[in-house]
Design a protein around this ligand. Structure first.
Ligand code: TRP
Length: 502
């Protein structure tokens, strides 16, 4: 394994990890999840989960990768040979996410094209439903596929082509590409925030964003229809994991490319805080725009638009409309969003293809090609008019259940079996800053207990409502679990397949 590629230097590693972390999760997912789960209350839960769970887990993943010198499946196999499947399961969940993530990239590519003529006009919400989705996104009829959206398909091809170009040469190019894909977008983001918060009526949206309703944070007995604390916290913790790309084997793979001098503790903090800052700062732009729309339409902020994965494609055009030279800023913004997305998507392609290389001895190029073509093929269901609805369901299941199961498993395996104290020693040996026994306690006790509790409650509640008058939920529930079980079976098969050729 001595010939394993390493990053060309430390900043390449940090930037690539930041590139993986910062992406659509910050500017697309964070705003709508935050909006859906109560604004300020969610923000508090998010920051808490970041410090208590997100950053410690980031350290853990880097350490696993560095210590085992392998991508996730190999790394878990090195802990115990019966655990290889678990690594495949983690990257498998990441792969499913990547398939719809690239679909969202396709929306960005399409909106980039729409920007030239400001095609969304004065009513971006109507445009989104009628023109982009072809009016078929009726949540009451999710089993109707809707028409095939050719522009989205073209966008998806573009997205995968971009991803492939970026990963083609391996970690060395990745290190360089991220300079552009991370630092460029930040400048534009600041401009958008300034515009968003200065829109007429923005204040209403901003105060919803920064004023927590403390009660929701411990409202463990929600009235029907109310957001309960369990779900709020589950949403917050999975958004933290999603946003940091923790729990997908990605940071394990990136850790395995790390050289010996890189400080795990300090860099995890840098990466975690940079990621959270991007999401939180970006939130000001979105909530400013929401406040503006609420004031203009004369409705309360909670009801101004329907929250969901389509939210950003309504709010950002709204901001763009309010800027001077809207076409120019529209174009720049959607280029920026696509750039941010690329390095997140390719981090997963890297992680998966590193695993494929480690296992089957494929060449880098062959592995990348196989992964990308499979990803493109699996993205097809989102190319229909009802695609956003499917995307929402898959996103929910992958993040609420898949992701939490992976993190739970990682904490149990490394925390108890490995155990955490050895990993902590390993981290401290190669870090300037050090971590204390509190880190062990969080990995061993706090994080698993919290996930266990929230997950259990969520499953219990879902099972109950499946038998209620909410039949649709039952079907969606079955569909979501079917995908999870499929990923699980695939990982068992991959783990059993022998074996590397090198
Ligand atoms: N961290 C990425 C972001 O914030 C999202 C992400 C997490 C992701 N896991 C992934 C993207 C797996 C692709 C594949 O945007």
């Amino acid at each position: 394994m001595s010939n394993r590629e390493t990053w060309s230097n430390q900043s390449a590693f940090v930037l690539a990890s930041i590139g993986s972390a910062i992406g659509l999760g910050n500017l697309w997912r964070f705003p709508y999840v935050c909006y859906e789960f109560g604004g300020g209350a969610f923000l508090v839960a998010y920051m808490f989960c970041l410090i208590v769970a997100g950053i410690p887990l980031l350290m853990l993943e880097f350490a696993i990768g560095k210590k085992m010198n392998q991508a996730a499946p190999g790394a878990f196999a090195a802990v115990n040979k019966h655990l290889e499947w678990f690594g495949w399961f983690a990257v498998g969940i990441g792969f499913v996410i990547c398939t719809y993530y690239s679909a969202i990239m396709s929306y960005c590519v399409n909106y980039f094209v729409y920007s030239f003529g400001l095609a969304w006009g004065d009513d971006p919400a109507a445009f989104f439903n009628e023109r982009v989705l072809g009016q078929t996104n009726n949540p009451d009829q999710p089993w109707e596929l809707g028409s095939f959206r050719w522009p989205l398909f073209l966008g998806l091809l573009v997205a995968w082509a971009l991803i492939l170009v970026c990963v083609w040469k391996g970690t060395r190019t990745v290190g360089k590409v991220v300079w552009v894909t991370v630092l460029g977008p930040w400048a534009l983001l600041i401009l958008f925030v300034i515009r968003g918060v200065t829109l007429d009526g923005a204040v209403g949206g901003l105060s919803y964003y920064v004023t927590p309703d403390w009660e929701t944070l411990w409202n463990f007995n929600p009235a029907p229809g109310e957001v309960g604390a369990h779900r709020l916290w589950l949403a917050a913790i999975s958004q933290v994991f999603f946003s940091l790309t923790v729990g997908f084997g990605v940071m394990i793979a990136y850790g395995s490319f790390m050289d010996d001098k890189t400080c795990i503790v300090k860099n995890s903090w840098i990466i975690g805080l940079a990621d959270a800052l991007t999401a939180i700062v970006g939130g000001f732009a979105v909530f400013g725009a929401l406040g503006h729309k609420a004031a203009a339409d004369g409705v309360p902020i909670e009801q101004v638009v329907e929250s969901g994965p389509g939210l950003t494609f309504v709010t950002y055009p709204e901001i763009i409309n309010g800027l001077p030279f809207p076409n120019l800023f529209g174009i720049l913004f959607f280029v920026m969003l696509s750039l941010l997305a690329i390095d997140s998507a390719f981090s997963l392609v890297e992680a998966l293809s590193a695993a494929v290389r480690d296992k089957f001895g494929f060449t880098h190029r062959k592995a990348n090609l196989v992964v990308s073509i499979a990803g493109l093929a699996c993205g097809m269901p989102y190319m229909f008019g009802s695609g956003m609805h499917w995307l929402d369901i898959v996103d929910h299941f992958m993040n609420f259940f898949g992701l939490s199961l992976v993190v739970l498993g990682t904490c149990l395996v490394i925390g108890w079996y490995y155990p955490a104290s050895i990993m902590r020693q390993f981290i401290n040996d190669r870090s300037e800053g050090t971590i204390s026994i509190w880190w062990d306690i969080r990995i061993q006790l706090f994080i698993p207990a919290a996930i266990f509790y929230m997950l259990g409650f969520e499953i219990y509640e879902r099972l109950q409502s499946a038998y209620g008058d909410f039949q649709l939920r039952g079907q969606e529930f079955a569909f979501g679990w079917a995908i999870l079980i499929l990923v699980f079976l695939a990982s068992l098969v991959l783990a059993r397949t022998s074996t590397r050729t090198t």
